[in-house]
Design a protein around this ligand. Structure first.
Ligand SMILES: C[S@@+](CC[C@H](N)C(=O)[O-])C[C@H]1O[C@@H](n2cnc3c(N)ncnc32)[C@H](O)[C@@H]1O
Length: 201
């Protein structure tokens, strides 16, 4: 089953452990440590929108995109309840153009890492670069292969999986080991990767 079909199915059956009802602390801390001026922001694979809504509250003009209609419907409800404006679009990021580009800041939590093939991850990175303005930033939260967890959990990628996919298009500003915000007692490890679009891209 393709990544996209798998996710649609998981939202249908409510098998969505990543959906924790709050923004990930790796996003909120990164933007506290490295303040980014409010700008147009894109949340790729936004799920039910907690990170998008947080960004909108911080005065970013947010577009959230996801392959799942169910997730986008819930994201719209959350934005409305929080009284913030976000544009939420059902879109396959690997195949469709994104309305509203170029963006100054792109965020993804667990979307880039979903693709098993290096070729797809490279295409994902190329598409992110194409949506960003000059010097635009991408913050990606990625399952970490140093976890070595058996059983269910996020996909696990090595640092070199990330570097190979993103380096042609991005300068890596920082790549640090952390853990996802989680409702589990043992939160899964992640990479926090902050990148800047290359000048020649
Ligand atoms: C692990 S979930 C994380 C969701 C959200 N970022 C969060 O933190 O709650 C990954 C998300 O990526 C979405 N996704 C997977 N493939 C996609 C694609 N090709 N285009 C857009 N979204 C996609 C899934 O539907 C899912 O909502």
């Amino acid at each position: 089953m393709s990544v996209e079909k798998r996710f649609k199915e998981r939202y249908k059956t409510e098998d969505t452990p990543w959906d924790i009802g709050k923004p990930d602390f790796n996003l909120t801390e990164t933007l506290t440590q490295k303040p980014i001026k409010s700008c147009k922001a894109l949340d790729i694979g936004c799920g039910t929108g907690d990170n998008s809504v947080w960004l909108a509250k911080k005065h970013f003009q947010v577009t959230g995109t996801d392959i799942s209609e169910i997730a986008i419907e819930k994201a719209r409800e959350k934005a409305s309840k929080s009284d913030v404006r976000c544009a939420f679009l059902v879109i396959d990021f690997l195949r469709n153009q994104i309305e509203g580009a170029p963006f100054g800041f792109v965020f993804d939590r667990g979307c880039f890492h979903s693709f098993d093939s290096g070729e797809e991850r490279k295409r994902f990175a190329e598409n992110v670069a194409a949506c960003l303005e000059k010097n635009g930033l991408w913050l990606s939260l990625i399952g970490n292969a140093d976890e070595r967890r058996q059983g269910p959990g996020p996909p696990q990628r090595t640092a070199s999986d990330i570097v190979v996919a993103v380096e042609p298009y991005f300068e890596i500003l920082s790549l640090t080991s952390s853990h996802f915000s989680s409702n589990r007692p043992d939160p899964p490890k992640c990479w926090v990767c902050l990148m800047q679009k290359r000048d020649d891209e």
